[in-house]
Every structure is written in structure tokens, then in C-alpha cells.
Design a protein around this ligand. Sequence first.
Ligand code: ZN
Ligand code: ZN
Length: 309
Amino acid sequence: MSKILVFGHKNPDTDTIASAIAFDYYLEKLGYDSEAVALGEPNEETAYALEHFNIEAPRIIETAANEVSQVALVDHNEPQQSVNDIKDVEVTYVIDHHRINGFETAHPLYYRAEPIGSTASVLYKMFEEKDFDIPSAVAGMMLSAIISDTLLLKSPTTTQEDEKIAYRLAKIAEVNLEEYGLDLLKAGTNLSSKSAEELLNSDSKVFDMHGHQVQIAQINTVDFADVTSRKEEIIEAVNATLINSDVELFVVLVTDILENNSFAYVVGQNMDAVETAFQQQVFDQEIQLPGVVSRKKQIVPQLTDALEG
Ligand code: ZN
Ligand code: ZN
């Protein structure tokens, strides 16, 4: 049987890395020859989880078709978020929890998406359905994915299932959910060591919204001042990425993970759509987003609607 590469989206987050590791394990259990890989370096939060559970970071790939003909996607489906040569390989599995956009295949495939807090939660259900045991370290990574994607079960994307699953995984991984969760989230908020480019790239995705290319980066912090003190530098870095790019609007979502609140820097075109989407004025390239923590649920749908027509 030929090998299957398993990977999540570009600018990998904890759910993408953890889900690749967990789904690789699941596929091996099913008898496949598979390998979890990544489309970039783990961020600091993910690195903290990998180290805590003593798991090696997945190998980084640039392209897939040079090594395999089949791939499994976790935590994404939109082609521009995937490996560069996604068109040259066959997608045999998608396990996801995002909107479906721009995705198509020539062949039948296994596709499972649920509107739930993390891809790891979907995978937990799949393990349960097959009666597969989850090794403690894999459980720890899956738990980290849920904590990361739901901001410790506080994001509006969190479902009761995520909560139940998180407590079960914490038990298998032998960690205290609240204590470990806060340590994990804080590990991802060490911003001073990062350049403005790194801040923008560590959790950044491009979305096609009715033909408009919109890039949305999210920066988590425990103190807005750590970001606002670097506003000029950040806007400059955004402007630099917009040169020679087809992205027309760049949103830098800055989220206080303790207060569950956000604001954003917005650069580019369609500011009126931004104001319509969030019912707030843009002042000096800045917009307040009270109560917003989820890019997927509180930014992308609203902006997509506002950019229609
Ligand atoms: Zn993700
Ligand atoms: Zn996710």
C-alpha cells in the first residue's frame, strides 16, 4: 500500500499539528502506512505542548507530490491554506471543523467535518467509534488542540462535546485541565521575542470571500499593550506583505485571552465592508471588537457577508 502524508494548514497551529499526529496514529491503526508532517514550524504554544508530552515535531514539507500520490488533510480544506501542490495529489481523507470553500476532488473520499471546537474533538469521536485506545501523549496533544482552538473552552466555537472530550483527554494525559490549559495558552503569548513578521505569520490564514482575498492573522496576548506599543512596526510589516500579493484586505486580530476581548488593525481595501461587518468605525486603521475571540465564528462569516456583491 502506498504511503499517505497527513497534514494540516499552513502557519500551523496546535490543532493542526496535534490532529496530524492523532490522525496519523489512527490511520496506522487501520493498517495504513502514514506519516504526520507539517507545512511549517510549530509555534511557541505548540512547541510547549510537544515538549510537555515528549513528542517530536512533525517533519516539514514544501510539496507532497514528490513523495506520495495520496494525502489526508486535517483542520483545513481550502486549497490556498494547503500544501502548494495540492492539485497534484489525491486527497483521500479530510477531517475538519471549518467552512468548506473551494474544495473539490476527482474521486470519492472520506470527508468528515463537524461544527465543533477543534479537529481533535472530531478525531476523539472517531477513535471512540472504532474503540481505539489513545496513548497518553497523543491524548495530551489532542487536549492541547482543544484548549488552543477554544481558548480553554471559552470561545463561542466551544460545544458541550468539546468540554466533555477535554476532560476525558485530560484524564488520559494525566494533567489538570485548567492549570495545564493556562500554561499552554501563556506559552503562546510571549510576543517580545518575535519580530513583527513573525507575529503576523504565526497564526495567519488567507480566505477567499466572494473573490476578495482576505488575510486574517490572530495574535493572542495577556496584555494589549504588548501589541499596541508595536503598532507602527506591525502596520509596516502588513504593508510589506501586501506588496506583490493578491490579498486586498489584511486584518490583524489581537485577542486578550484572559479578558476574552479583541481589537484589530485593518489595512488595505474595503474598509466600508469592515465597518458594516462589525458595526464599528475604523479609526486610524484600528477597530474595536468587544467580545470577539473567534476568527472562524466572529470574523470570517461577518466579513464574507459584508463583501458579497
Ligand atoms: Zn487550525
Ligand atoms: Zn482547528
